[in-house]
Write a protein that binds this ligand. Sequence first.
Ligand code: SAH
Length: 221
Amino acid sequence: MDTMEKKYAWQREEMVRRQIAGRGISDPRLLKVMGVVPRHLFVSEALMDRSYGDFPLPIGEKQTISQPFIVSEMTQALALTGNERVLELGTGSGYQAAVLSRLVYRVYTIERIHTLYMKARKVFDRLHYFNIVPRFSDGTTGWPDEAPFDAILVTAGAPAVPVHLTDQLADGGRLVMPVGGADTQDLICITRVGETLIRENMGKCRFVPLIGEYGWKEESR
Ligand code: SAH
């Protein structure tokens, strides 16, 4: 490992200890993965030194990579055990998909901004994270050809849960997403039990908008 990599490995350990384990995240597989995935590779070179800080960072196109704690909180809420096929909406930098990919069988991730989609693909290839299947499209209709999914994670906020997403959720599966207004949302966890959807509110959060057919309309913002 070169000096830079050693420095980032140390920053990553600190991040897990203080921001993640220190705030009650306890899933041992998740803590291990947060200590392994090189978050600095998912931001621009100018921001690498700040990439393990306790905050979100800009990734271009007015989008952000979520704060490490939020990534781990949403991931833990999915209660993953290892064999799942997971759908993520809002690839962005690709960091959340990368974390998921180390915990499950396969991750399908959709991004609507082409430059971000291309950049994320490059990082997945560089890291040899070959169980991530990226797609460039509006994700608000889900990914019907690959449904049902054992878990669905949406990393952008919408006024309501798009119906196609709950339709594509497998029995026993969980969907986590921010739902609410343009500025603040509630983090919602939905569990499918047969035909019943059980909804739980995990608390306030703040995400960029989910824009598309079943999200916000671009021109209204
Ligand atoms: N998970 C990302 C967070 C990115 S921010 C990460 O780890 O970096 C949310 C992303 O959702 C943005 O990149 C935005 O372009 C994307 N997005 C918004 N609406 C979308 C839609 N309808 N389909 C797919 N992606 C969408």
